[in-house]
Write a protein that binds this ligand. Structure first.
Ligand code: INI
Length: 163
């Protein structure tokens, strides 16, 4: 007996008219600028139109949750890509910032239903951050953008499937 369920999944082509916001911190901009480049490149190469992509700058990773929640509540974008770099120093500051940005983004995406990709590096060293910002471990901004595209596409597929 064969039993083939309907498979509902997203693709990696930006659905027509889909709108995105990239929310990026200025802190550690040397790294974050590379993540922003990766995210914008990923959106553009998969069919996003520049007029449908906004780049929103915040001071640091700590400020990301309130801004992504504000944008998600506005209902004008289909997905948000959050990018930042939290790099461990010699004090516990890293632990507070990294915990709150991850919890805050998770809370905002759950509270609003808008997909918010987590392109936030949390690393023990600058070297680890560089590796993930366009060198040997890829570019986490690009990865987050591709995930956002798939989530928007999935949302449309769920809708079309009547689920
Ligand atoms: N913000 C970051 O984005 N990354 C960091 O590594 C970081 N560290 O380690 O201090 C950081 N701190 C600033 C923070 O995000 C806030 O902007 C600041 O505390 C003001 O609210």
């Amino acid at each position: 007996m064969s039993f083939d369920p309907r498979v509902v999944e997203g693709g990696l082509v930006v659905p027509k008219g889909a709108k995105f916001a990239v929310v990026a911190s200025r802190f550690n901009h040397f790294i974050v600028d590379r993540l922003v480049e990766g995210a914008l490149d990923g959106l553009s190469r998969h069919g996003a139109e520049a007029k449908n992509v906004s780049l929103v700058r915040v001071p640091g990773a700590w400020e990301i949750p309130v801004v992504v929640q504000r944008i998600a509540n506005g209902g004008k974008v289909d997905a948000i890509i959050a990018v930042a770099a939290v790099i461990r120093g010699s004090t516990p500051h890293f632990d507070y910032v990294s915990a709150e940005v991850s919890k805050g983004i998770a809370g905002a995406t759950m509270a609003t239903g808008v997909p918010i990709s987590f392109g936030v590096l949390t690393t023990d060293s600058i070297e680890q951050a560089v590796e993930r910002a366009g060198t040997k471990a890829g570019n986490k901004g690009w990865d987050a953008a591709i995930t956002a595209i798939e989530m928007v596409s999935l949302e449309r597929a769920i809708e079309a499937a009547g689920l």
